[in-house]
Design a binder for this molecule. Structure first.
Ligand SMILES: Nc1ncnc2c1ncn2[C@@H]1O[C@H](COP(=O)(O)OP(=O)(O)OP(=O)(O)O)[C@@H](O)[C@H]1O
Length: 316
């Protein structure tokens, strides 16, 4: 591949954050944060409230300077004075609009505020976001999903290559989340747009992202591709029997480690027990303690998130 065509196809990553620290007086908000997002990815940036998501986004947008470390977008150093770069970046914090103006009118205002001279950019973004059937409707009369589309259209009026979204899905109902997913997938797949989207909800983020990075105490603690997430979820074997005391004795005798769950079942804490539940079933039957319940329980996404950041439900 020639250098030219490599560059055209996005030889450099869309976003690179290298060893960034951010201190507010003595408080360390970001602690050696590094991450990379490839072009065309939908990267979910997940963290509890206060983990450092907004601080990171403000740095990507050059609204804050890192105490140390480097940030690049599209191969260029992030710098408030680099207007060429800002032409290629869109940002959405919250979908706002003039309720009594139509979709076209709202977008034309956004176009002028962004300093985009080409009036056709309004129609182009309407097409990109599937707002054509609604373009003459007043913004206040749009469905929630189409209001989200209008918000995204405003952030994309200048045809950016990177779209940065700060918590746009928190509080949306499942239909709203599905709308956002379809829009973002379309933008990434059909137009090669890179999306960086933050949230504190893994459940929602997992539905729209192609990869997730988990930030905790200002540090990236885990990255996981969405198609690998299922494999990362912990699986536990849960058993119960008529004589729980005797059942526990059998487990102890055979070296199984376990704990009792809140609802009174016995959960095997050995990671591999869930791989072969039939072995345990056979043992219990042979020991005259046939199980009344034997089930593999897969951790839910919230459980995975909390385990990854070293917390359990109830202590956040
Ligand atoms: N200007 C500031 N001065 C002092 N501390 C700050 C400042 N901005 C952010 N912080 C602190 O840095 C930490 C990270 O904040 P940040 O807003 O990046 O978190 P977040 O992950 O975006 O959380 P949320 O989901 O609540 O927005 C928080 O403890 C916050 O109080």
């Amino acid at each position: 591949m020639s250098i030219l065509s490599k560059e055209k196809n996005g030889g450099t990553p869309a976003i690179q954050i290298e060893g960034v620290h951010k201190k507010f007086d003595d408080y360390i908000a970001l602690n050696n944060l590094s991450l990379e997002v490839s072009r065309g990815e939908i990267f979910g940036f997940l963290g509890l409230n206060g983990a450092g998501k907004t601080t990171t986004i403000k740095m990507l947008l050059a609204m804050l300077k890192p105490t140390s470390g480097k940030l690049y977008m599209l191969g260029e150093k992030v710098d408030a004075g680099n207007y060429k770069l800002w032409d290629k970046v869109g940002y959405l914090e919250e979908a706002t609009f003039y309720p009594d103006l139509t979709v076209v009118e709202n977008l034309d205002i956004a176009r002028r505020m962004q300093g985009v001279p080409d009036k056709d950019s309004v129609n182009r973004v309407i097409y990109k976001l599937g707002l054509e059937p609604h373009k003459q409707k007043k913004a206040k009369n749009l469905s929630l999903g189409n209001k989200q589309r209008l918000g995204l259209a405003k952030a994309m009026i200048h045809n950016p290559e990177i779209l940065i979204l700060d918590e746009p899905i928190n509080g949306l109902d499942p239909a709203g989340v599905a709308e956002i997913r379809n829009m973002l997938y379309g933008l990434a797949k059909n137009f090669g747009v890179t999306v960086f989207i933050s949230s504190h909800l893994l459940e929602e983020l997992s539905k729209v992202s192609t990869r997730i990075g988990i930030i905790h105490n200002g540090h990236l603690v885990k990255e996981v591709a969405m198609d690998k997430l299922e494999q990362s979820l912990q699986k536990n074997l849960v058993v119960n029997g008529r004589d729980k005391h005797a059942l526990k004795e059998v487990l102890e005798e055979h070296g199984y480690e376990f704990e009792e769950t809140i609802d009174g079942y016995i959960k095997l804490t050995d990671d591999h027990a869930a791989d072969s539940p039939e072995r345990l079933a056979e043992l219990l039957v042979k020991s005259n303690q046939p199980p009344t319940l034997l089930r593999v329980i897969t951790e839910d996404l919230e459980g995975y998130f909390l385990r990854t950041i070293g917390m359990t439900r109830g202590n956040i």
